[in-house]
Design a protein around this ligand. Sequence first.
Ligand code: SAM
Length: 288
Amino acid sequence: MTAETGSKILESQAFDNRAIDALPPLKQLVAALDMRARKSLGQNFLFDLNLTRRIAQSAGWLDGTTIEVGPGPGGLTRALLLEGAQKVVAVEKDFRASSVLASLLEAAGDRLQLVEGDALKTPLWEMGDAPRRIVANLPYNIATTLLIQWLGHATAFQTMTLMFQREVAERITAQPGDSAYGRLSILTGWIADSTILFDIPPEAFVPAPKITSSVVQIRPLAEPRFPCDRTALETVTRIAFGQRRKMLRASLKPIGGETLLTEAGIDPQCRPQDLDIEAFCRLARAIS
Ligand code: SAM
């Protein structure tokens, strides 16, 4: 064990988690308060504390502020606190969650803050003290919108440990040449390293979704890999991958077509999946 690991363990033990440990099982709380999952809010809950603790552990050392989007009944929130999170700020749109979370809020004291609101309209990058990280079992219906928003403020976060549908996780982490390579791979890879940590089967959730989920770790870089304007990169990737089978000279016509491609030094007959991140940055610079 390194000195660093040793001191981390000592510090995490400084929190007295007995009150959290003594809380009733999540399933019991949810049943008592009748918090039935709502599809419109992307609610698929995790009740198995072993599993949520595994997700919390995979986020690493939880100093500073750990931001959780969508605590729901609090399975992952509990795990983050039990794994030694110094401060958890949890943003939840479903106001029913506050009564299910009441006992956890009391047990955790100052270490847990519940923000009732819409994560899409909440500047997470300004919440709490640095270092900040996001750890979340995301509502799938808005997961990629949230990720793209957070990538616009990537340097505010040390890491993001996020659950997505497996297919989306593959798109985030794909490299040029992979079948899943696309806009999400480029927008993420431009400013961060990302990796799929592990999968979670449908039956782990209540209700069970139809698909497998994956926990992805995203580690923002100090600065983008290649210079270009982020909005221009978002625009050019949206237009190029909007018609992914077409040659770029056709799909990019609305923003300059062949002239633009020549200026960026790209063969107009290429298709978007043939270009690496650096080439997309050249295109973004050419439209800026
Ligand atoms: N963290 C809980 C767990 O693992 O059991 C719940 C995860 S569930 C997949 C997604 C959560 O996000 C739900 O609690 C849902 O109400 C919440 N949610 C959905 N849309 C939201 C939004 N726009 N802002 C904040 N929370 C949202």
